[in-house]
Design a protein around this ligand. Structure first.
Ligand SMILES: Nc1ncnc2c1ncn2[C@@H]1O[C@H](COP(=O)(O)OP(=O)(O)O)[C@@H](O)[C@H]1O
Ligand SMILES: [Mg+2]
Length: 470
């Protein structure tokens, strides 16, 4: 083969397009690949003027590049898109005094793939930036690779600032740093991460170094050989504040209720004392006076004597009533002899008045408790007994007050009709609720057990340690 033929053969076989133009821009050579690209036969193009054949190329970067190479007689390359053929072309233009030779590489597929990649990258960014959560990802080297708009908002670091930094340098508070680094290392070594795929409440730092509560979930994303770790993070400052507000207003209500309870007890005590001491004294004084008058009235005045006896009887009853009212307001027995005796007395009183057999047992006679605690036990006992009388239709009650497992436990069981506890929750009754509150106020625990037809058991317990001098 002649040298020229060898070149020709080569030019036909290469995958790039190849054209040669003379000084007047006429084709002197067109290879097969170019024919395929422009859908013409190479032979038909020979001798024709390139700008006449492709007038729409005039003025484009490719045109400029051709001109430049020809004029300046140096190698020029350019990249251009030719819409009529939907062709991305990369031109390598080699000049010579006779004209120019051009290798045309079709890079359409490559370009399209690149564009698709760009587009999906753009889509990914758009989605990430419209996410409500901050999204932060780090690579295996613990460097930040993703930082979306919301991350900018809640942490104050711009994306450009955050990318490439570590989490320790940006958002992890001092106190969690060691733990974070350990966890990170451990995952890489063992593939185990107890915090992965869970919702975690923790705190984070913003750019100003302020710590705030966040909720986050960490996932591992595998891309080819690479793992990276993404966290979806939500600022929960407002939610926390709302929680705190509710908690603190609840706490205030409890304190208020507790305070009112104490005030009520004090008031009852002082009213009871007034009634017992003052009224009781006065009535007794009256009784003495009237007895004195009776002695002075002569025996003949039978009608007057009878009237006086009636008044004396009435006075006796009144004195008893006053005592009863006083002791119901505040059993002095509670202050005088102690809780166990008071509970015993209350059981007897209750049995006498209600006719329900009431058994009370305790081996803690003489036990002394702080006043608020003994009052609580006593009042709950009263309220429970009242409930039995009102609701249970029971024939007997078994109550006990014992010390067991480091706790003081008061239990009241009846053999009545019981109740459906789930229904009680909807009832707006304050008795059971009050017992529970009262128990909690002294640091104890309130339990109620009941089933329809199987009676009811109320129990309150308090750690002995809280019950003071025992
Ligand atoms: N020992 C009991 N046996 C049966 N039902 C009871 C008993 N104690 C309470 N209940 C039921 O629980 C409800 C709530 O009791 P409580 O809160 O003390 O309110 P109240 O006594 O004012 O109705 C009662 O209405 C009653 O239906
Ligand atoms: Mg009640």
């Amino acid at each position: 083969m002649q040298t020229e033929e060898i070149y020709r053969d080569l030019l036909e076989r290469i995958t790039d397009g190849f054209i040669a133009l003379d000084k007047n821009w006429n084709y002197t050579y067109v290879n097969r690949r170019v024919g395929e690209l422009v859908h013409r036969s190479p032979e038909s193009m020979i001798g024709k003027n390139v700008w006449e054949e492709f007038p729409d190329v005039v003025g484009t970067p490719t045109y400029e590049a051709f001109q430049k190479a020809m004029k300046e007689q140096r190698y020029v390359s350019n990249l251009d898109y030719y819409p009529p053929l939907d062709l991305w072309q990369e031109n390598h233009i080699y000049p010579s005094p006779e004209g120019i030779s051009v290798f045309i590489r079709d890079i359409t597929d490559q370009k399209k793939a690149e564009q698709a990649r760009k587009q999906s990258e753009e889509t990914r960014r758009l989605i990430m930036n419209s996410a409500l959560d901050a999204i932060v990802c780090v690579n295996k080297q613990n460097r930040i690779t993703v930082w979306n708009r919301q991350a900018e908002n809640i942490f104050g670091w711009k994306e450009e600032e955050a990318l490439g930094k570590t989490l320790v340098e940006t958002i992890i508070p001092e106190k969690y740093r060691e733990q974070h680094l350990k966890g990170f290392k451990r995952y890489q070594e063992t593939g185990e991460g107890p915090l992965l795929n869970k919702l975690i409440e923790i705190t984070a730092l913003n750019k100003q170094g302020e710590e705030f509560p966040v909720e986050l979930a960490i996932v591992v994303v595998k891309q080819g050989q690479d793992d990276f770790y993404c966290a979806f993070i939500r600022d929960i400052t407002e939610r926390k504040q709302a929680d705190e507000k509710i908690k603190s207003s609840y706490e205030q209500l409890r304190q208020l209720a507790s305070h009112l309870q104490v005030v009520r007890e004090q008031e009852r005590t002082s009213i009871a004392r007034e009634i017992h001491d003052e009224l009781g004294q006065q009535l007794t004084g009256l009784k003495i006076d009237i007895s004195w008058i009776k002695k002075r009235v002569s025996d003949e005045d039978a009608a007057i004597i009878k009237k006086i006896d009636e008044v004396l009887d009435l006075l006796d009853i009144t004195i008893k009533t006053v005592r009863k009212i006083a002791s119901e307001l505040r059993p002095s027995i509670l202050d005088d002899i102690g809780i166990v005796e008071a509970l015993e007395w209350q059981s007897k009183e209750f049995e006498r008045r209600s006719g329900i057999k009431t058994y009370f047992s305790s081996e803690l006679e003489g036990l002394q408790l702080p006043e608020n605690i003994s009052t609580t036990f006593f009042r709950i006992f009263q309220e429970s007994l009242t409930n039995v009388a009102r609701h249970a239709q029971a024939s007997s009650i078994h109550a006990s007050f014992v010390k067991k497992d480091g706790k003081l436990i008061l239990e009241i069981s009846d053999n009545g009709q019981g109740m459906e506890l789930s229904e009680m929750k909807n009832k707006k009754t304050l008795g059971l609720l009050g017992m529970k509150e009262r128990t909690q106020m002294i640091g104890g625990e309130f339990k109620i057990n009941s089933k329809p037809g199987q009676g009811t058991k109320v129990s309150i317990s308090i750690p002995s340690s809280l019950a003071g001098s025992m």
